[in-house]
Design a protein around this ligand. Structure first.
Ligand code: ZN
Length: 468
């Protein structure tokens, strides 16, 4: 049999496939043709059976599937990171209204475009090839443009609220507007059975901000278009308190009664739940997204109240989100694996292998693209990350999975493919002028903060002004 023509073969690498048997090849090769992986296996057989236009010596690499961030705000946060004081003392709701929302509303369309592009670059540079947006986008066209320039895969939607707090007469109009906006974006940016690199989802802000009608419409639209719904829920006690007061039910019990839970529904945080809610999540096959860094920084109490490892063990599909503070998923892996071992005083909880599942296979399932990404095997899209082991944190190489989770982070990401396209090579984007982007982001960030009217606070005196 003559060798098959392919575009690229990367050979001689350690490959963590995340396939059904979780094969790890110590001297492995991957063949890529067009957008797809056509072979993964021992170097000898893959090279014998394929005739590649480009052969890449992968002996310095540990290759993994591209990582998937289940919850990231690609607008609002990236251009203003670091601005909010670390030890803010006001109540959580005040933090949102006094600090977070004024900055979000100070973004103009061009800022959102830049913010999304910067967020995508940060993700790709640390090995994240796909993400689910969290609910801050206001200018969807500009955001799609910014993302497309990076080459990333993602699911995005306009932030949907829809509850007319304080003005019930306005409620029918607010519902209609929210539902029409979701319909419009699903038609304009269809997922094409998961095939589209960038596509729209109904992205609800969640908490108490969406009415029952909006929830039901979002779920029906997601079912109809073969996509999912994302929403924040129960990071803090304020959500259960609100739902009990206004509906007589806890939030997740209420959502189940509405018929809006299911395997295409992604709920983020889910820290303050009781047994009935835990069972509702398991019964409906809903997905839960844990954001360990955001939870720790925001003092959500995940080490005290979080039941995330129990969810995983009960078959609830758990994935991870960066929530914008730092999108390096490998930092989230050691945080997640370490946190639950320590707070449960049990070294068997959340192993390195289980943690890696969260940002690959589990996340692909939640995003409704489990047949396309999340593992390296023939027939899936070529979304993959080459980690450079010629670095101190990787030397010497003994167990690649352990080292990936406990020793490495995004700094060793040398090259990244998305949909068969090499978007990062030798630590830099192949598509974006990074230095120009950083200069533009600085300027836009300064302007957004100024426009928001918020003060620049620092616990320590900052002397002088930055030189331009
Ligand atoms: Zn969020």
């Amino acid at each position: 049999m003559s060798p098959k023509a392919v575009d690229t073969v990367i050979w001689g690498a350690h490959i963590i496939t995340m396939d059904a048997q979780r094969h790890v090849y110590a001297d492995g090769a991957i063949a890529i043709r067009d957008r797809d992986i056509v072979a993964v296996g021992p170097t000898e057989t893959v090279r014998r059976d394929h005739d590649a236009r480009e052969c890449i010596d992968g002996r310095r690499f540990v290759i993994t599937p591209g990582y998937i961030d289940g919850h990231i705000h690609v607008t609002g946060d990236p251009l203003t990171r670091g601005h909010m004081p670390d030890n803010i003392e006001e109540k959580f709701s005040d933090k949102l209204t006094k600090w977070v929302l004024p900055r979000y509303f100070a973004h103009e369309p061009a800022d959102e475009r830049l913010s999304a592009k910067l967020a995508a670059l940060e993700m790709l540079r640390s090995g994240t090839t796909c993400f689910l947006e969290a609910g801050t986008v206001r200018y969807l066209d500009e955001v799609f443009e910014g993302l497309a320039e990076s080459g990333i895969r993602g699911r995005v939607g306009i932030w949907v609220e829809g509850r007319a707090f304080g003005n019930p007469a306005d409620q029918p109009r607010r519902n209609d507007e929210a539902i029409e906006s979701m319909e419009r974006e699903l038609q304009r940016f269809p997922a094409r059975h998961g095939d589209a690199l960038l596509a729209a989802w109904p992205i609800l802000v969640g908490h108490s901000t969406n009415t029952d009608e909006v929830w039901q419409a979002a779920k029906a639209l997601a079912d109809q278009h073969g996509v999912g719904v994302s929403a924040h829920m129960s990071a803090r006690q304020s959500d259960p308190d609100w739902f009990i007061e206004h509906t007589g039910q806890r939030p997740i019990v209420h959502l189940e009664a509405l018929g809006v839970l299911g395997d295409n529904v992604c709920l983020t945080h889910v820290v303050r739940i009781d047994d009935t809610e835990f069972e509702a999540l398991a019964r409906t096959g809903s997905n839960v997204i844990l954001c360990p860094l955001a939870s720790l920084k925001g003092a959500f109490g995940i080490s005290l109240h979080g039941r995330h490892p129990d969810m995983s063990e009960a078959g609830i599909n758990l994935l991870l989100g960066s929530d914008g503070y730092n999108s390096d998923m490998l930092r989230l892996l050691h945080l997640t694996a370490g946190l639950f071992k320590d707070c449960r005083d049990d070294i068997t909880r959340m192993t390195a292998e289980q943690a890696l599942e969260l940002i690959t296979r589990n996340a692909a399932r939640a995003l409704q693209i489990q047949d396309l990404v999340g593992a390296l095997e023939p027939g899936r899209r070529a979304d993959l990350v080459c980690h450079d082991t010629w670095r101190p944190e990787w030397a010497p190489l003994t167990n690649p999975v352990n080292q990936l989770v406990w020793s490495a982070d995004g700094r060793s990401v040398h090259s990244v493919w998305v949909d068969g396209r090499r978007v990062i090579d030798n630590y830099r984007s192949t598509l974006i002028d990074e230095d120009a982007l950083y200069a533009e982001a600085q300027k836009a960030g300064d302007t957004v903060i100024k426009r928001s009217g918020l003060p620049m606070l620092s616990a320590w005196p900052i002397v002088g002004r930055r030189r331009h």
